[in-house]
Ligand binder design. Structure first.
Ligand SMILES: [Zn+2]
Length: 508
């Protein structure tokens, strides 16, 4: 089969999000009649960590308010709410529409109940009473309107994430739908729209006249990213494999830190779903060795496909300061057309393809079907190794939460495709990860610190637990889109959808 034809037929399934093709092999197989051994060539997903290398401090296509004050993700991307935040206008009694829905859902998520009418997009007396109660509790002027001071107080509260934590703690298995709400047609549309970051940019469309500038900018950025990743992730580490005894972490250390991530997650979400413990060589696998083994089974076409998939992933995850400049959605039809020759230019020789495959080999953290693939390399410096264990702990929370996504939820998420899939898979995983991290106390018990730090724990002079922000742990910025969806559907809908597959509560 001619490669191009194959590639084009594959485009839908070899998506930028590699999780799609691999986590859901059965789903992919349903869709394609290629006769190719999908499992053999499919790379596993490239998870979060690498983003930290290219984190330029710009949020992925989020339009922050003009004076750059912070606005909680769930309230962002809405022109009227942004204006109110800036001090212009209010939402008040008699108002109708999605702004009212979002306000009501904020109140309900903060446990200011609306017992009779619920979240219905109509600002009447019940909403007024709940809003006034919130204003009084917060020591604000009781204006009965959603004004600037009030929305700032709500913003500050959601930054703490305590209401998301409480919603998980409140969950009762006997009454799973308690506190959820059935979505109207308008809610469903708004919820689905919120998944796409571009939908929040007013009137933004890709200018075809600028397609060349866009693709050139992507090409230059990709060249840098690929060179940097190849050096850091592969070339610098390859020599260490000669002496595993010295250079590899012990199984027990890796398992201890990974299972600490599972434990804190179970403490919050264990009532909604749980998964098996991490065990080395069962569901904790040496990514380097595994990729080398997989690559040996690939023919040239399959190698090229895997390389293409990585390039597409890097466009999505590591060029995110370029897309907004051009109002580009890398999944859009015109954008894809502009990017196709650029992608091809990175995979047009065996050498270039191998460079990309090497990056897959050295990729730091990957998960597939509940298995966490990681690198075993130890640092010569023990303080760095101790930090590495905390990184593993934090990454394991995220990876473990992937394994807790209900299969019905995943089927729905992958069926949507594009940015929508990315938000539902990575954005929501990150959203729940942030909730777990917000609950985890920084002054944890010594026994817990010992579990994470393993042989790098010093009982006589225990070191401070590092803040996640100081570690090499990436953040999926699509968590902002996820939280925006939560702003519409509510936290209880979101958690029941993700962990138990009640996707009707999320807009399906
Ligand atoms: Zn992930």
């Amino acid at each position: 089969m001619d490669f191009k034809e194959d590639y084009q037929q594959k485009e839908d399934v070899v998506s930028v999000n590699q999780e799609q093709q691999t986590q859901q092999n059965s789903y992919v197989e349903d869709q394609s009649q290629q006769g190719v051994d999908e499992a053999a060539w499919a790379a596993k997903i490239h998870d979060g960590e690498q983003e930290a290398h290219h984190h330029h401090g710009m949020e992925r296509r989020d339009r922050t308010s003009p004076n750059n004050r912070d606005l909680s993700a769930r309230l962002r991307g809405d022109n009227e709410l942004t204006s109110i935040f800036e001090g212009v206008g209010t939402v008040k009694k008699g108002d109708r529409g999605m702004d009212v829905t979002k306000l009501q859902q904020v109140l309900v998520d903060m446990k200011y109940q609306l017992p009779v009418y619920g979240v219905d997009g109509k600002f009447e007396d019940e909403t007024l009473a709940a809003l006034e109660l919130f204003q009084a509790d917060e020591g604000l002027t009781v204006s009965g309107e959603l004004d600037s001071d009030t929305i700032q107080a709500m913003d500050a509260r959601f930054d703490e994430r305590t209401d998301y934590i409480t919603a998980a703690e409140d969950f009762e298995e006997e009454a799973p739908r308690e506190g959820t709400r059935a979505l109207s047609e308008e809610d469903q549309t708004a919820a689905l729209t919120s998944l796409n970051p571009l939908s929040n940019a007013e009137g933004a469309t890709f200018d075809v006249q600028k397609a060349d500038d866009y693709s050139n900018a992507i090409r230059d950025q990709l060249a840098d990213v690929i060179a940097e990743f190849h050096q850091d992730l592969y070339a610098d580490l390859a020599p260490l494999r000669a002496d595993p005894e010295t250079n590899f972490h012990e199984d027990g250390d890796i398992e201890g830190a990974a299972n600490a991530g599972k434990d804190v997650t179970d403490q919050l979400y264990g009532n909604l779903n749980t998964g098996p413990a991490f065990q080395m060589n069962v569901n904790l696998i040496d990514q380097w060795k595994d990729q080398e083994d997989r690559q040996e089974l690939l023919n040239d076409t399959q190698k090229k496909m895997q390389a293409v998939a990585l390039v597409k992933y890097l466009i999505d995850a590591n060029c995110d300061e370029i897309h907004p400049e051009y109002n580009a959605d890398p999944y859009g039809a015109e954008e894809s057309k502009a990017l196709r020759p650029i992608i091809e230019s990175f995979v047009d020789s065996e050498e270039k393809i191998q460079t990309l495959l090497d990056i897959d080999t050295g990729w730091k953290g990957v998960q597939q079907d509940g298995i966490q693939y990681l690198q075993r390399y130890k640092d010569p410096n023990n303080e760095a190794n101790r930090e590495k264990m905390w990184e593993l702990f934090h990454v394991s929370i995220h990876e473990y939460i992937h394994t807790l996504a209900n299969s019905e939820y995943k089927r729905w998420a992958y069926g949507l495709g594009g940015s929508e899939t990315h938000t539902l898979i990575e954005g929501f995983c990150e959203f729940f990860t942030l909730n777990v991290r917000a609950k985890f106390p920084t002054s944890a018990l010594a026994s817990f610190q010992q579990q994470v730090e393993g042989s790098f724990y010093d009982a006589n002079t225990p070191q401070a637990i590092p803040e996640v922000e100081s570690l090499d742990v990436g953040l999926y910025r699509s968590n902002a889109e996820a939280e925006r969806m939560v702003g519409i559907i509510g936290i209880k809908n979101a958690q029941l959808g993700y962990f138990q597959g009640a996707v009707d509560l999320m807009g399906r």
